[in-house]
Design a protein around this ligand. Structure first.
Ligand code: SAH
Length: 450
C-alpha cells in the first residue's frame, strides 16, 4: 500500500468513517462521504484494513454539511455532524440491513428508518466531568474521544438547553466557592461529575453532584443558589464515587434536597425516575419506539407478557392495558423500585416486578409458567446464551426484541431463527448525530398454529 492514494468513498463503517477500496484493500477514513473523491494519507495497517486521513477533497458530496458544533473534531459525543440528516438516516438503515444480512444470515429487507423531526437538543440526561487545565482554571465538559482529557465546552447541540444552563451555572458556583474539581492523575480533589436529568413534559429537574470525597463542601450554599436560579429543580442528590473508575456514579448517595426522583410522562403514563435508573434519553423518539414495539406485538387481552430488562417498567406498563398480565425483570434494584411505584402511580394492577439477572429469572420462570409474548430490551452486549436458550425451550408465541446494537441483535436472532420467523425489522433513530441506532424486531414462533 502506498502512503498517499487517491480514491472514492464507497460505503461507511459502523461508526460513520468512509470506506475506500484500493487494490483489493480497504482503508477507513474519517470525514469522507459516499461518492467523494479524496487524496488520502495512509498511516497505519491493522489486521484486515488500513487507516488513513484525507489530505485533499477532489469532489464533495451534496450530503456534506458544515458541522454545526465547534467541538465536533475533538469531542467523542457526535460522529455524524458532517452528514445531512437524510444521509445519517440512510447510513443507519443500511448499517442495520448489513448486520441483519451478514451477521444474522437473514435475507429480509428492513423497514424504512423512523427519523426525528428536529434532530437536536433531545438529550434529557446530561453528564459532564470536571477538572483543572494546566493554568489551574476549572474546566467542565465531555471527554475527548477515547481519552480522559476533558474538553471545556459550554454548549452541546444534543443537550437539553436547561440542562446546559444548569451545568454552566454549577461550573460558576464551584469557581465562586473555590471547590476543588477532581484530578484524575493525582486522584485528588472533590467534584468529579454533574448529572442533570430533565422531564420532557413535567420540566422537573434532578441534579446529581458526584464527588470523590464523602463530604460536599458548601453544600447548603450550593443548594440555595441552584434552587433559587432554577425553581424547577425538585431533586438534588449527592453521590460519592471514591474509586479509580470510569463509572460516573458511585454506590453511596444521599438526597440533599427535595425528592429522590423526578417524574415525567411517556405514552400517556407517569414515570418516576431516580438517579441510577435507566431511562431512554430521547423522549419524543422513545414514544415512537415504544408505540412501534407494542404495535408489532399485536397484543390481546389474553396475553401474558414478560418485559425483560425492564428498567423502570416503561414498555410493560405501557403495554399493560392491552394484556392480561405483565411480569418485569431487571437487575438494578432502584429501577425495580421505580417500576413498582410506577405501576401504583398509574393504577396498574396486572404488573409484577422482580430484581434479578434476566437469564437466571427466565430459566426459573419457564419451569412453571408460560408467556405469550416476551419483550427484550437488553444493553449493547445483547442477550446471553442462556436467555436465548430459555426462549427456544419455552417457545413464547411472539418475541419483540428492542435493541441498541444491530450487531448483537443480528447475532441473537440468528440463534432464534431456527424456531422463529423474522416478521419485521424496524430501525428507529433514537440518537441523531451519533453513530447509534435502535431497532425493533418482531419474531413469531414458526409452528405457533400447529
Ligand atoms: N426497557 C427499559 C430499559 C432498557 S435498558 C427502557 O426502555 O427504559 C437495559 C436495562 O437492562 C437497564 O435498565 C439495565 O439495568 C438492565 N440490565 C442490564 N443487565 C441486565 C441483566 N443481566 N439482567 C436484567 N437486567 C439487566
Amino acid at each position: 500500500m502506498e502512503d498517499i492514494i487517491r480514491g472514492t468513498c464507497v460505503d461507511y463503517t459502523f461508526d460513520g468513517k468512509g470506506i475506500i477500496k484500493y487494490n483489493n484493500e480497504v482503508i477507513f477514513v474519517p470525514d469522507v462521504l459516499i461518492n467523494e473523491q479524496v487524496k488520502v494519507r495512509v498511516y497505519k495497517k491493522e489486521k484486515n484494513y488500513y487507516l488513513g486521513e484525507v489530505t485533499k477533497y477532489y469532489t464533495k458530496s451534496e450530503n456534506r454539511v458544515e458541522p454545526s458544533c465547534p467541538y465536533f473534531n475533538d469531542c467523542g459525543g457526535c460522529h455524524l455532524l458532517h452528514m445531512n440528516y437524510t444521509e445519517q438516516l440512510r447510513f443507519k438503515e443500511k448499517h442495520v440491513q448489513n448486520c441483519i444480512n451478514r451477521i444474522g444470515g437473514i435475507d429480509k429487507v428492513v423497514l424504512p428508518i423512523i427519523g426525528m423531526e428536529n434532530p437536536y437538543r433531545y438529550r434529557n440526561k446530561v453528564q459532564v466531568s470536571f477538572s483543572k487545565d494546566y493554568k489551574g482554571n476549572v474546566i467542565g465538559g465531555f471527554y475527548k474521544e477515547k481519552t480522559h482529557q476533558i474538553i471545556d465546552n459550554e454548549c452541546c447541540l444534543l443537550e437539553n438547553e436547561v440542562a446546559e444552563e444548569v451545568i454552566s451555572f454549577f461550573k460558576s458556583l464551584i469557581k465562586k466557592y473555590d471547590i476543588e474539581p477532581f484530578d484524575r492523575s493525582s486522584n485528588q480533589g472533590t467534584i468529579r461529575h454533574l448529572l442533570v436529568r430533565t422531564g420532557y413534559y413535567s420540566k422537573e429537574i434532578m441534579v446529581v453532584i458526584i464527588t470523590k470525597s464523602k463530604f460536599l463542601p458548601k453544600q447548603n450554599l450550593l443548594i440555595q443558589e441552584l434552587i433559587k436560579k432554577f425553581p424547577n429543580i425538585v431533586s438534588i442528590i449527592h453521590n460519592v464515587n471514591e474509586g479509580r473508575t470510569n463509572m460516573i456514579l458511585g454506590n453511596t448517595e444521599k438526597c440533599i434536597y427535595g425528592k429522590t426522583y423526578i417524574e415525567d410522562t411517556l405514552c400517556g403514563l407517569k414515570f418516576k425516575i431516580s438517579s441510577k435508573s435507566f431511562y431512554q434519553v430521547n423522549p419524543t423518539q422513545t414514544e415512537k419506539l415504544y408505540n412501534e414495539a407494542i404495535k408489532a406485538a399485536n397484543l390481546t387481552k389474553e396475553d401474558n407478557i414478560i418485559d425483560a430488562y425492564s428498567g423502570i417498567g416503561t414498555i410493560g406498563l405501557i403495554a399493560s392495558k392491552h394484556v392480561n398480565s405483565v411480569v418485569g425483570v431487571e437487575i438494578v434494584k432502584e429501577a425495580i423500585i421505580n417500576a413498582q411505584n410506577n405501576a401504583r402511580l398509574n393504577n396498574i394492577t396486572n404488573a409484577k416486578y422482580f430484581i434479578d439477572d434476566a437469564s437466571k429469572f427466565m430459566i426459573n420462570y419457564i419451569k412453571n409458567n408460560k408467556a405469550d409474548v416476551v419483550f427484550v430490551d437488553p444493553p449493547r452486549s445483547g442477550l446471553d446464551k442462556k436467555f436465548v436458550e430459555s426462549i427456544l425451550l419455552s417457545k413464547p408465541e411472539r418475541v419483540v426484541y428492542v435493541s441498541c446494537d444491530p450487531s448483537s441483535l443480528a447475532r441473537d436472532i440468528k440463534l432464534l431463527k431456527e424456531e422463529y420467523d423474522i416478521i419485521s425489522i424496524q430501525p428507529v433513530d433514537m440518537f441523531p448525530n451519533t453513530m447509534h441506532v435502535e431497532t425493533i424486531v418482531l419474531l413469531c414462533l414458526k409452528d405457533a398454529n400447529k
